[in-house]
Design a protein around this ligand. Structure first.
Ligand SMILES: [Zn+2]
Length: 56
């Protein structure tokens, strides 16, 4: 089973926050708490190997 959330570092504002899985369980979706920029990390069927991501 996938983790319900992952930790993401937002390089735009240098903040770290949790990003939660969407209800379809197809991606982690979240937004930067400072500038409200959205990110989406797709979940592959093999799973997400790395627990931490940086928003590009
Ligand atoms: Zn930001």
């Amino acid at each position: 089973m996938y983790k319900r959330y992952i930790g993401v570092k937002f390089d735009c504002c240098h903040v770290y926050t949790r990003v939660y899985m969407n209800k379809e369980e197809t991606a982690y979706e979240g937004r930067c708490p400072k500038c409200m920029r959205t990110i989406c990390i797709k979940i592959h069927k093999d799973g997400v190997n790395c627990r931490f991501f940086s928003a590009i």
